[in-house]
Write a protein that binds this ligand. Structure first.
Ligand SMILES: NC(=O)c1ccc[n+]([C@@H]2O[C@H](COP(=O)([O-])OP(=O)(O)OC[C@H]3O[C@@H](n4cnc5c(N)ncnc54)[C@H](OP(=O)(O)O)[C@@H]3O)[C@@H](O)[C@H]2O)c1
Length: 311
C-alpha cells in the first residue's frame, strides 16, 4: 500500500525524533530534514524514513522549492528552531533568521503545493502574568517577554498571513519537553537526575509555572492533527500546570533520588527575562482529537517505562 508522505524539519531534535517515530507507527512515510548527518545507529535510520541534510537558515528558497517539487509531502511538521533562550537574546539576527524567516519560507512553499503546514511554537509567546491557577487559552493575547518568544510570535504571524486561505495551517504551542531519547541533549528531567545522582545541590524556581509535556505525547497529538487535518492554533502540552520546583520534586521522588538536594529559588535570580505563569489550557486539543494529554504523574511514570524499553 502506498504510504502518504509527511516531511519533518528538525527531525533529529527532541520533538523531531518522536514525531518521526509516531508518524511511522501511524503508517506514514517520512521525509526527515536534518541539520547534520546523524551517527550510525541513530533512530532515524529506519524503514519508511528518507533523510536529507540541509541548513535551513542558509538554503535559498528556490532550492527548497525544488526539494518539495520532487517529494510532494501532504504535510510538513516544522520542528526545527533555535531554542536557546539566552542565545536568542544575544544573537538577534540568528534568532529571527532561524525562528521567523525560515518559518515564513516554509509556509510560503507549502502554499504552492497545498501542503498542510504545522508550526511548533511555545508557551513563551505569553507574558505569564495570569494569576495561578489560571492557564492560557489559544485565544489569549500574546505578549512575549524575550527575543525567543518574540521570534516565535513573528513566526506564528507569518504562518497565518502566508497560509490563510491558501493552505491548511496549524500552530501548536508546547512547553518544557521531557521524554527525549539518549540521542538528544538532556532535557530538564534528565539533567536533574544526573545532578542528583552526583549528589549535587540544584536551585530550582518555585515561581516558574508551565505545562511540562512528554515528547511522545506531543508527537501523538501532532500525528492526530495531521490525520484529522485540524487547522488553527492548539495548545499541545501536558495536562498539569506545575511550578518547576514541584516538578523537580516529583521526578526525584519517582526515581528514588534525594530531593533535599533541590533548593527553592525565585526566577528573578536566574537572569534572562522569563514569563512566570505560562500554564497552557489543553481542552481544545483534547476535545478535537480525543487524546487526553498526560498529567505530570502519568508522564513521569511513562517516561521511566520508555527509558527502560530504549536502554
Ligand atoms: N524544548 C522545549 O522545552 C520546547 C518548549 C516549547 C516549544 N518548543 C518548540 O518545539 C520545537 C522543537 O524543539 P526541540 O526541543 O525539539 O528543539 P531541538 O531538540 O533543539 O531541535 C531543533 C532541531 O532544529 C535543528 N536546526 C536548528 N537550526 C537548524 C538549521 N539552520 N537548519 C536545519 N535544522 C536546524 C537542530 O539541529 P542541530 O541541533 O543540529 O542544530 C535540531 O535538531 C521548536 O519549535 C521549539 O520552539 C520546545
Amino acid at each position: 500500500m502506498l504510504r502518504q508522505t509527511v516531511a519533518v524539519t528538525g527531525a533529529a531534535g527532541i520533538v523531531g525524533i518522536r514525531v518521526v517515530q509516531q508518524l511511522c507507527k501511524a503508517g506514514y512515510a517520512v521525509q526527515a530534514l536534518v541539520h547534520s548527518q546523524p551517527p550510525p545507529g541513530h533512530p532515524l535510520y529506519r524503514e519508511h524514513v528518507t533523510m536529507t541534510v540541509m541548513d535551513l537558515a542558509a538554503l535559498p528558497e528556490q532550492a527548497m522549492l525544488q526539494w518539495f517539487a520532487t517529494r510532494r509531502p501532504s504535510g510538513l511538521i516544522h520542528c526545527a528552531a533555535w531554542v536557546d533562550v539566552a542565545g536568542c537574546e544575544s544573537q538577534l539576527s540568528q534568532a529571527y533568521l532561524m525562528n521567523t524567516r525560515v518559518t515564513e519560507m516554509l509556509a510560503n512553499i507549502c502554499t504552492r503545493y497545498h501542503t498542510h503546514f504545522v508550526l511548533l511554537s511555545t508557551e513563551y509567546v505569553f507574558d505569564g502574568t495570569l494569576c495561578p491557577p489560571q492557564v492560557y487559552r489559544e485565544c489569549d493575547r500574546v505578549h512575549p517577554l524575550n527575543h525567543y518568544g518574540k521570534s516565535k510570535v513573528q513566526a506564528e504571524i507569518a504562518t497565518q498571513a502566508t497560509c490563510m486561505e491558501n493552505t491548511l495551517w496549524t500552530i501548536c504551542r508546547t512547553a518544557v519537553l521531557y521524554g527525549s531519547t539518549p540521542w538528544n541533549r538532556p532535557d530538564f528531567t534528565q539533567w536533574l537526575r544526573t545532578k542528583l545522582q552526583q549528589r549535587a545541590t540544584v536551585s530550582i524556581a518555585t515561581d516558574l509555572i508551565s505545562s511540562p509535556t512528554h515528547a511522545i505525547d506531543l508527537a501523538n497529538m501532532l500525528v492526530a492533527i495531521v490525520e484529522r487535518k485540524l487547522a488553527g492554533i492548539y495548545h499541545t502540552a501536558g495536562r498539569t500546570a506545575i511550578d518547576r520546583y514541584h516538578f523537580a520534586l516529583q521526578v526525584a521522588q519517582h526515581h528514588g533520588l534525594d530531593d533535599t538536594l533541590i533548593q527553592p529559588i525565585l526566577a528573578a535570580e536566574l537572569g534572562a527575562a522569563r514569563p512566570l505563569n505560562v500554564g497552557l489550557c489543553v481542552e481544545n486539543i483534547s476535545h478535537d482529537t480525543g487524546i487526553r494529554p498526560l498529567s505530570i504523574q502519568e508522564g513521569v511514570v511513562y517516561s521511566g517505562e520508555i527509558e527502560r524499553l530504549e536502554e
